[in-house]
Design a protein around this ligand. Structure first.
Ligand code: NPW
Ligand code: ADP
Ligand code: K
Length: 519
């Protein structure tokens, strides 16, 4: 698990280096620039670029840019530097490095440094095949000035590899938000990973994220408490439910899926099929009797229990007693996909939650709708809610914008206050636990943005939590493997051709891939 930090933590680490270790700040800048240079060279193969454009802001992020320019110059690249500040506006280490680079560049006839005058100055970058944004870093405040917005929009349109120094300009790394944001292919973030690079607008604007060193190592950060983590493959491996060699089918995870209705049959079958393909010993799908034959055709091997629906084609409060034995039997229950929103269905869901306070229940789709606005009436401990952003915003009665402007805080508060697990689906999916910790899964691909992939995830989660006593590790493993299965499908199916059933079929290969990597 990779710990993630706030930009405040990172700025304090800079202060620690300067004030406690007594490292001259210019040494930190030099280290930063050298490691950015090395990261760029490592990430782009030789001959991919010759002309480097670097645009430098007025603070130390710009200082990193001037320093980086020197490394490119001495390694024989042609460099065009555009400084947004003139010499009088710069100070400290940024000014020192501006002066050094300005003197040095005279010896390189194909390289130049200019002071930005207007948007036309950026035309100089048109021949560059690699562009570095060293405009704003951790000192960024509020929204971008109009001038910076025009600059970032201009840069985003250029055909070139795009690099960001520390943080893409325009990204508020505390909230992962921003309006106009530089869109990078590679972000070399300094000192430590900041949480906001990995979700929201950070996820969509950083490209690949690597760490650049300022030369103080990791020791300082071991003393800093964080609640945010990025999931690594080995976390998914260690979260896999253990298989006891003497297990029999009923000791190997028993799952009840309550899903599907006359309107939506497919969702229920995807969830139930996913349960067994992810290792549960037994799975029952509770389904309306009057349409059970349609489901039977789509089920791989879960057992169907047909409840009496009086040809209404959905589950009703009256079905509760009929299903009670299986509810008690199950180690976990998945409820929601394709259930529909009839009053009787909502009452059934309420009763299930009221009567099963300690049961592990995965609440998804229509079951989330059933507790919209009234979720506080239920004891949600041991419950796992799996909404996408719209479902979560509806659940807690806010708009999607309000949610996405403060995503981590809202998710965290919700899970802590309701003592539940929240799997907030999206790109990326974020898991929140009742202790206020956050686990970000950045694997997966856009081919998953398709009806039914969420139903598969619900099945995998119900299966893993039924097989294990550890909810948190099971969730980490289930979410990661669901995305890994989709990633493994890319070479065969492309991002266009993946369907949810493929993810179910690929799931055992995803487990095998993990096991082969770590055993
Ligand atoms: N500290 C260290 O030891 C090390 C630091 N390092 C590097 O320094 C970076 C932090 O540097 P920093 O603190 O100078 O801030 P930085 O990101 O350059 O921005 C400040 C400038 O931006 C301006 N500005 C702000 N918001 C704006 C807006 N919305 N729209 C427009 N302008 C805006 C602001 O203007 P002002 O508000 O002051 O008028 C000021 O001029 C860090 O990310 C890393 O790259 C490394 O070298 C390692 C060692
Ligand atoms: N661009 C993307 N990158 C990675 N994962 C994605 C992307 N789009 C969707 N997903 C994943 O696909 C699944 C979609 O689930 P959901 O929104 O519930 O759809 P449905 O209910 O239609 O199945 C979630 O696991 C989500 O994280
Ligand atoms: K930047």
């Amino acid at each position: 698990m990779i710990p993630l930090f706030s930009s405040k933590d990172v700025r304090e680490a800079d202060n620690f280096a300067i004030n406690i270790l007594q490292m001259p700040s210019i040494v930190l800048m030099e280290n930063a620039a050298r490691s950015i240079y090395e990261a760029i060279i490592e990430n782009f193969s030789e001959n991919e670029f010759y002309n480097v454009g670097i645009i430098c802001g007025k603070g130390n992020n710009g200082g990193d840019g001037f320093t980086l320019a020197r490394h490119f110059l001495i390694n024989e690249f042609d460099v065009t530097i555009i400084s947004l500040a003139n010499e009088n506006e710069l100070k400290g280490d940024a000014l020192t490095n501006f002066i050094i680079t300005k003197k040095l560049i005279d010896s390189y006839p194909n390289s130049k440094m200019i002071i930005y005058q207007s948007i036309d100055s950026l035309a100089l970058l048109s021949d560059c095949d690699l562009i570095v944004d060293a405009i704003l870093g951790t000192g960024s405040k509020g929204s971008l000035s109009n001038e910076l917005q025009s600059i970032v929009n201009y840069l985003n349109k250029l055909e070139a590899y795009k690099i960001s120094v520390d943080i893409p300009t325009g990204l508020n790394v505390e909230t992962a938000t921003g309006e106009t944001i530089y869109k990078a292919d590679l972000t070399v973030t300094l000192s430590e990973f900041k949480t906001g690079l990995f979700y929201g607008k950070g996820y969509s604007h950083c490209g690949k994220i690597v760490k650049g060193s300022i030369g103080i190592g990791d020791l300082y950060y071991e003393t800093i408490q964080t609640n945010d983590y990025l999931i690594e493959p080995e976390d998914a491996f260690y979260g896999l439910p253990e298989k006891n060699i003497s297990a029999h089918k009923y000791s190997n995870g028993k799952v009840l899926v309550v899903a599907g209705s006359g309107k939506y049959v497919g969702a229920a079958c995807l969830t139930a099929n996913a349960v067994l393909r992810s290792g549960a010993g037994a799975c029952f799908l509770a389904f309306p009797k009057s349409i059970k034959n349609i489901a039977l055709e789509k089920l791989e091997s879960p057992v169907l229990i047909a409840y009496e629906d009086q040809t209404k084609e959905f589950v009703n409060l009256e079905n509760y007693d009929e299903l009670k034995e299986k509810i008690d039997w199950a180690d976990s229950i998945a409820i929601g996909p394709g259930l529909g929103r009839e009053n009787g269905t909502i009452q059934f869901i309420h009763k299930l939650l009221e009567e099963n306070k300690n049961k592990k229940i995965v609440i998804d789709a229509d079951a989330l709708f059933a507790i919209n606005k009234c979720y506080k009436n239920f004891d949600l401990s041991n419950k796992i809610l799996t909404p996408h952003h719209k479902e979560f915003a509806d659940l807690i009665s806010i708009s999607i914008d309000e949610l996405e402007n403060n995503l981590l805080n809202i998710g965290r508060t919700f899970s802590v206050e309701n003592n539940c697990y929240l799997v907030l689906k999206g790109a990326p999916t974020i898991i929140f636990n009742p202790m206020g910790e956050v686990f970000i899964n950045s694997s997966g691909n856009v081919g998953m943005a398709k009806f039914g992939t969420g139903d598969v995830l619900t099945g995998v989660i119900a299966s893993f939590v039924a097989q294990s006593k550890e909810i948190e590790n099971s969730l980490i493993s289930a979410v990661y493997l669901h995305s890994l299965a989709a990633d493994l499908l890319i070479p065969k199916k492309t991002e266009y051709g993946i369907i949810p059933q493929n993810i179910i079929e690929e799931f055992p290969n995803a487990i095998k891939f993990l096991v082969d990597s770590f055993v």
